[in-house]
Design a protein around this ligand. Structure first.
Ligand code: NAD
Length: 337
C-alpha cells in the first residue's frame, strides 16, 4: 500500500536514523520531513538521501498551524510519525518555555490538524482515511524515577519529574484523549535512552567520546550511579516500525533493551575501548571528573518491554557492549574528519 507519511523532527538523532531505515525497507512509501532545523537538527544527517524522489524536507515549525494546514492541503498525508521535540533535559531546566511550545503545543497542532483532515465527526472517518494513523514518539521518562528494583510497564502511573518529561507526558495524554474522544487511530511508543550514530554532541555518550579524544575532563553528574536502560537507535527504529504498522490503536508500547548501565560504567567502558582503538600515554579514564548533580536527577529508568516483544515480536538485537563499539567507531570517523 502506498503511504504518504509526514515525519516531524527527521533531521534529529532518532528521526534521521528512522527515515534512512524506513526508506530502505519500504520502497513504495514516501516521506515528508517537517523539521525546523533547531540547533539539534543536522542537515548532514540525511545528506545522502536529499535527492531521493521519495523524500522531501521542508524547514518549518510544528507550532505553526497555518503551515501544517497548508502542508496537509498540498500533500494529503495519510500517516504521521511525530518525533520533533526539544529533547535535552538540561535545557528544559534552564529554559522550559520552548519545551512547552514544541512538545505540547506542537503535538496538539499536529494531531488536531490531522483530526480535521481525517475525520468527519467523532468516531467517523472520512472516506479513504480509514487506515490513517498518528504515531507519537515518547519517552520512558514520563514514568518518573525507579528505586533499585522494578521496571516501567505500560501501566506504571505517570510521574514526570523534569519540565522535559512533563511536556512529553502532556502530549502522551493529548494523544490518548484523541483516541478516546474522537476515535482517532493513534499509537504511542515510550522508549528508554537511545545511543548510536548522529546523536547531538550535547548528549552523554557523544560528550564522553569527544571530551576523551580532546584530552578534556569527562564530566559525570553526582556520583555517576544514575542508571538508564540503553537502547541502540536502530533497535528503537525497528520497534517504531512494528508499532506503527501492527500496534493496536489507542495502545502504548514500551521499548527498552534490558541494558541497564550506570553513567560511571558507561564512561569507563568507552574509555577502555578508546584505550584500545586510540591509545594515549595516559588512560582515558583518568579524565573522568564528577560534577555537581543535575537538579531533580532521576535515579533509575528501566523498561519492561514484554508487551511489544510478545504482541508485536520485537526484540533488541544489540546489547550495550556490541552497540557501543559500533557507535564509537562512528564517532571516531566523525571527530577525525
Ligand atoms: P533531537 O533533539 O536529536 O532532534 C529533534 C529534532 O526536532 C531536530 O531535528 C529539531 O530541529 C526538530 N525540532 C525541534 N523543535 C521543532 C519544531 N518546533 N518544529 C519542527 N521541528 C523541530 O531529538 P531525538 O533524540 O532524535 O528525539 C526524537 C524524539 O524521540 C523526541 O520526541 C524525544 O522526546 C524522543 N525520545 C528520545 C530518546 C533519546 O534517548 N534521544 C529516548 C526516548 C524518546
Amino acid at each position: 500500500m502506498n503511504k504518504n507519511i509526514l515525519i516531524t523532527g527527521g533531521l534529529g538523532f532518532i528521526g534521521s536514523n528512522f527515515i534512512e531505515y524506513y526508506l530502505e525497507k519500504y520502497p513504495d512509501h514516501s516521506i515528508f520531513n517537517l523539521d525546523k532545523l533547531t540547533y539539534a537538527g543536522e542537515l548532514s544527517n540525511l545528506k545522502h538521501i536529499k535527492n531521493n524522489s521519495r523524500y522531501k524536507w521542508v524547514k518549518g515549525d510544528i507550532c505553526d498551524k497555518n503551515l501544517v494546514n497548508s502542508l496537509f492541503d498540498e500533500y494529503n498525508f495519510s500517516h504521521i510519525i511525530h518525533f520533533a521535540a526539544e529533547s535535552h533535559v538540561d535545557n528544559s531546566i534552564d529554559s522550559p518555555d520552548q519545551f512547552i511550545n514544541t512538545n505540547v503545543v506542537g503535538t496538539f497542532n499536529l494531531i488536531d490538524v490531522a483530526r480535521q483532515y481525517w475525520m468527519k465527526a467523532p468516531f467517523e472517518l472520512k472516506k479513504g482515511c480509514e487506515t490513517n494513523r498518528f504515531h507519537y514518539i515518547s519517552t520512558d521518562e514520563v514514568y518518573g524515577s525507579l528505586g533499585k528494583e522494578g521496571l516501567f510497564t505500560e501501566d506504571t502511573p505517570y510521574a514526570p519529574n523534569s519540565p522535559y518529561s512533563a511536556s512529553k507526558a502532556s502530549s502522551d495524554f493529548l494523544v490518548r484523549s484523541y483516541f478516546h474522544t474522537y476515535g482517532m487511530n493513534v499509537v504511542t511508543t515510550n522508549c528508554s535512552n537511545n545511543y548510536g550514530p548522529k546523536q547531538h554532541d550535547e548528549k552523554l555518550i557523544p560528550t564522553i567520546i569527544r571530551k576523551a579524544l580532546k584530552g578534556q575532563n569527562i564530566p559525570i553528574y553526582g556520583d555517576g550511579k544514575n542508571v538508564r536502560d540503553w537502547l541502540h537507535v536502530l533497535d528503537h527504529c525497528k520497534g517504531i516500525d512494528l508499532a506503527f504498522h501492527n500496534g493496536k490503536s489507542g495502545e502504548t508500547y514500551n521499548i527498552g533493551g534490558k541494558n541497564e548501565r550506570d553513567n560511571l560504567y558507561i564512561a569507563n567502558k568507552i574509555c577502555s575501548i578508546l584505550d584500545e582503538l586510540k591509545p594515549q600515554k595516559k588512560l582515558y579514564k583518568d579524565l573522568i571528573t564528577f560534577v555537581k548533580d543535575r537538579p531533580g536527577h532521576d535515579f533509575r529508568y528501566a523498561i519492561d518491554a514484554s508487551k511489544i516483544e510478545q504482541e508485536l515480536g520485537w526484540e533488541a538485537e544489540e546489547n550495550f557492549e556490541t552497540g557501543i563499539l559500533k557507535t564509537i567507531h562512528w564517532y571516531l570517523s566523525k571527530y577525525n574528519s
